[in-house]
Design a protein around this ligand. Sequence first.
Ligand SMILES: NC(=O)c1ccc[n+]([C@@H]2O[C@H](COP(=O)([O-])OP(=O)(O)OC[C@H]3O[C@@H](n4cnc5c(N)ncnc54)[C@H](O)[C@@H]3O)[C@@H](O)[C@H]2O)c1
Length: 90
Amino acid sequence: MKRVLITGGAGFLGSHLCDNFLAKGCRVIAVDNLITGSLDNIAHLMKNPRFEFIKMDVTNYLHIPGKLDLVMHFASPRRRSTTRAGRSPR
Ligand SMILES: NC(=O)c1ccc[n+]([C@@H]2O[C@H](COP(=O)([O-])OP(=O)(O)OC[C@H]3O[C@@H](n4cnc5c(N)ncnc54)[C@H](O)[C@@H]3O)[C@@H](O)[C@H]2O)c1
């Protein structure tokens, strides 16, 4: 089973990527400091045993034990932030 790390995983694009890779049967680790993202975007994934969320700033040292097949780096806030539902995050 492929293992994917998605930074910015609670953001707009990152959360859709989490959905996509989980739907493909991958294990997904999402890292996000929630500066513009929202847990609302990934709330529906929290009970998925193949999904893990780590609240962390990626500008700090990040060690993910074990093999990763893919790293997708989307931890970079866009200028105007909204949740997937179109609301401003809390
Ligand atoms: N949304 C678009 O249509 C679009 C189009 C082109 C390019 N982009 C670029 O793609 C990237 C992601 O866009 P988005 O729309 O998903 O933005 P977003 O703000 O919704 O998502 C970015 C995520 O990264 C997180 N983040 C920011 N800095 C972080 C840090 N230091 N450590 C951990 N997490 C951090 C935020 O909390 C957020 O959840 C941005 O750089 C944006 O400019 C977006």
